[in-house]
Structures are given as C-alpha cells and as structure tokens.
Design a binder for this molecule. Structure first.
Ligand code: FAD
Length: 437
C-alpha cells in the first residue's frame, strides 16, 4: 500500500524501491511472514501502474531488458513473485560462446546442467510492474512512494531519518538499508566514498530483428571491437508483422580513447560512430561481427550508449546502516551480473535479519552486518573479478591473449568440469553447492 499510515519507528527502513530494494523488501516479507518484523520501503519515484499481468509485457520493439540467472529465478520464487513474472520472460536454453575469426567455441545447454533454462531475459518494464504490484499487494510491508529519505542521523542503536513527501517527517529505524542506486546522494551525505574504474568503453544497447527464430539461444561473441552479446527476446507484433527479436549489448571503445592494447586501430568502430550510423550501415556492420547464426538482420531499433565502469563503495556497513545493489557495487553491464549479484546479497541479508529478529538481536548490530559481509564478500569479489577479467581479456586483440582464450573455449568444450564451472558462474549458482530443484 502506498498511502498506509506511517509509524514513528520501524525495525527496517529500505531507502529505494528499485529492482534491488523492491526485491529485498519482498524477500523479507516472505521470510518474516510469521513474525512481527516492521518493514518500511520508501522510494523517491511513484510506483508504476500495474499493467503487466498474464504475461502482457506491454513492450514496444525497443523495450530494455535484463538477463536473470537461474539463481535469480530461485530467489524470485523465494520472494513469492516468480509465478507472476514467468509468463512475460524468455528462457535461455542454450548459450553459445565464440570468437570471431578464431577456432574456439563452446556451447552450454540447459539439459547438460539439468535445469529447464540457464537463465531468463525479462523486459525491465515487465519486471518493474510485477515487482511493484507485489509490493502494493503485500499486507505486511509498508510502502510509501513517492517519498524520499533526505537526511540520516546515525544513532547508537540505528538511525533517525528525515523524510520528504510522507505523512511523518522523522522516522527511527534499527537498520537502514540503502538501496538508492549508483548515484546515491545518501552515501555522499554519510561520507562513504566510491572507488571507480573506467574501461574506456561503452555498451551499445539495441533490439534487433532476425529472419530466424532464436529458439532460446543466447550468443556471446568476442570480436575485434569488443564482446557482443545477443539475448533472446520474445517476438514482437502479430501475423505477417511478427518479428523475431534479440537484445544486443555490444561493447565498443570510446570515440576519444585508445582502442586498447594490441587492438586493431579501427576508429570507424568506436561507440559514437556506430551509434551515428544510418540503420542499413549499422545492420551491415553488426551482421559482419555477429555472423549469420540467426539469418539476416532485418531491422535494428533505437540505439543507446552506456559508459562502462566499475564502481565499488569503500564501506558497505556501518552500525545500523547497510548498502545494497548499485550503491554497493555497480558492475560492467556486459557481464549481466549486476542485478543477479545484488539479489544474492539481498537474500543473504534478509536471511540474517530474520534470524536476528527471531533471537531478539538488533538487526542493525555490527555482529549481524559483519556476518552479512562474511557471507557475501567472496561471492562479490569473485563476480566482480569474473566480469572485470573477462572484459579485459576478451576485448584485447593481442595474438597471445587471443590464442589463450581460444584454447580456453576449446578446452571448455572438451572438459565438462570446466564447462560446468562456467555454467554455474553464468547461472549465478557459483555460491551454492548444488542446484536445488
Ligand atoms: C545497460 C545495462 C544493462 C544491464 N543488464 C543487466 C543484466 O542483464 N543482468 C543483471 O543482473 N544486471 C544488469 N544490469 C545491472 C542492473 O540494471 C542493476 O544492477 C540494477 O538495476 C540496480 O538496481 P538498484 O535497485 O540498485 O538501483 P536503481 O535501479 O537505480 O534504483 C534506485 C531506487 O532508489 C530510489 N531513490 C533514490 N534516492 C532515494 C532516496 N533518497 N530516498 C528514497 N528512494 C530513493 C530511486 O527512485 C530508484 O527507484 C544492467 C545495467 C545496465 C546499465
């Protein structure tokens, strides 16, 4: 409910109801359903209108999307809204990894790993609508939007918050969960700094129509201009207007930066130039790099660029305060791991909070928050290193590195354990010992 009367005190206040804060609230809601844990979620933006039921994503051709790992599906099941999300997502049954102009290639099949899909592609509009509908349907959570946290005063046992846009101006909480995104004004206010690394690259995002159906295949292709991912999307249009869609994420060098060590000096493939190409030239350039796996590219939609960087907060916990999602770590979008990692963090934090509440411990105590960091720091470090290293390795055209990665791709196909490891990493299951289904 977005207009529920507020209390002066909560156990948990979540500042930010985006994909991470909202998912975390729903996880808490499910895990704490037999307890009296008081949870308030505030978001500065109004809630989306619920129009995403029965698989109707309401999407246009250019809808933006997110790749959800198999592990994220399990988390959404735990949070109780996978069944509402499922009708509008596209299953990834097969991932093909290849290197343009080289011999290495590998395929990962869902059947080999014993799951129905390696992951899913969800249109952001659909994901947001389903999430926000579930938040509004919850009778235990208090959701207040639009309302923002304006000021944080740390206390010995929590924090006092100044709120704008709600029926109360001041609210006390035992734990403040900061989920206010990558440009967090609240972190700046607390003096929490960020370490940032720029890759000198940009991700070009665009939906593309192909002559052939993708049949649930996702493609990761390493090219002279950088890695290129094509994710399977649902068809757009009906009858003779029907188009088979793929979601392209293409990493390209900044127009004004070097192309990278050992890279072909192909200035015509810089992000700005590719963005500015007329549609027919863009399709030709893309077809050369992607190849003919899905037949002719018949249409390319609106293109946009996202600068690639890695941003990590220097502190994730303080007494009574914890950072979650993009505010804690904003990853290179090409690896498709940002939300997936944040959901694993969210699950670990929610489980620890509910346990603490059951035993009468303050959920904002350093003991609980340190346990959260201990549980997640390995997964965070591995995921960050995995996306950072693969980006640097695969966007470099030096012959020795090209040979190394080609042997790697080849060996992965010949050696099932290595392939299994890669699959688990891509599926967001690397932190769990077995696939529990
Ligand atoms: C191009 C691109 C492609 C990506 N693809 C993938 C992918 O395939 N797979 C994947 O796992 N990840 C992907 N990601 C990453 C993923 O999108 C992010 O990890 C995720 O959206 C982060 O969500 P968040 O809730 O932390 O932040 P946000 O979505 O920024 O949400 C922050 C929320 O906080 C609210 N807010 C801000 N300030 C306040 C305040 N003071 N008080 C209250 N509320 C406040 C805002 O209104 C907003 O709703 C991609 C990212 C990009 C850029």
């Amino acid at each position: 409910m977005t207009d529920k009367k507020l209390n002066a005190e909560y156990d948990i206040v979540i500042a930010g109801g985006g994909l991470v804060g909202g998912s975390f609230a729903l996880l808490l809601d499910q895990l704490a359903r037999h307890s009296d844990l008081r949870v308030l979620l505030l978001d500065a933006a109004p809630m989306a209108k619920p129009d995403a039921k029965n698989g109707d994503t309401g999407a246009d051709f250019d809808a933006r999307s997110t790749a959800l790992s198999w592990g994220s599906r399990l988390i959404y099941e735990q949070a109780g809204f996978w069944s509402a999300l499922a009708p509008g997502v596209t299953a990834i049954r097969d991932i093909q990894v290849s290197d343009r102009g080289h011999f290495g290639a590998t395929r990962l099949h869902s059947a080999e790993v014993g799951v129905e899909a390696l992951g899913y592609v969800a249109e952001n509009h659909h994901l947001t609508c389903v999430l926000q509908q579930a938040l509004q349907d919850s009778s235990r959570l208090t959701v207040c939007a639009p309302a923002s946290v304006e000021h944080i005063q740390p206390l010995s046992d929590g924090a006092m918050l100044t709120i704008k846009g709600a029926s109360l101006d001041n609210i006390r909480t035992r734990l403040l969960v900061l989920a206010d995104g990558g440009r967090s004004g609240l972190c700046r206010q607390l003096g929490i700094t960020m370490q940032q690394k720029h890759y000198g690259q940009q991700a070009l995002i665009c939906n593309v129509a192909f002559a052939n159906d993708h049949r649930g295949q996702a493609f990761e292709r390493f090219t002279d201009t950088g890695p290129l991912a094509m994710l399977p999307l649902s068809d757009h249009g009906v009858g003779r207007e029907r188009q088979h869609r793929g979601a392209l994420v293409w990493t390209l060098a900044d127009s004004d930066s070097n192309q990278g060590e050992g890279k072909s000096d192909n200035a015509s493939c810089s992000a700005e130039r590719i963005l500015a190409l007329p549609e027919a030239d863009f399709i030709d350039t893309l077809q050369q790099r992607f190849g003919w796996r899905l037949g002719r590219i018949t249409h390319a939609g609106a293109r946009s660029l996202f600068p690639l960087s890695l941003t990590v907060a220097t502190e994730q916990i303080r007494p009574g305060i914890v950072l979650l999602g993009n505010v804690a770590h904003t990853l290179h979008p090409v690896a498709g791991q940002g939300l997936n990692l944040a959901l694993r963090d969210a699950r670990a934090l929610a489980e620890l909070i509910v346990n603490a509440h059951q035993t009468g411990e303050n959920p904002g105590s350093m003991a609980v928050l340190q346990a959260f960091l201990a549980a997640q720091s390995g997964d965070q470090a591995n995921t960050i290193a995995f996306s950072d290293l693969t980006t640097r390795l695969f966007s470099n055209a030096r012959p020795t590195l090209a040979l190394g990665r080609n042997l790697g791709l080849l060996l992965m196909d010949l050696m099932p354990p290595a392939k299994g490891w890669f699959a688990r990493q891509a599926m967001g299951m690397a932190d769990r010992k077995s696939i529990r289904r």
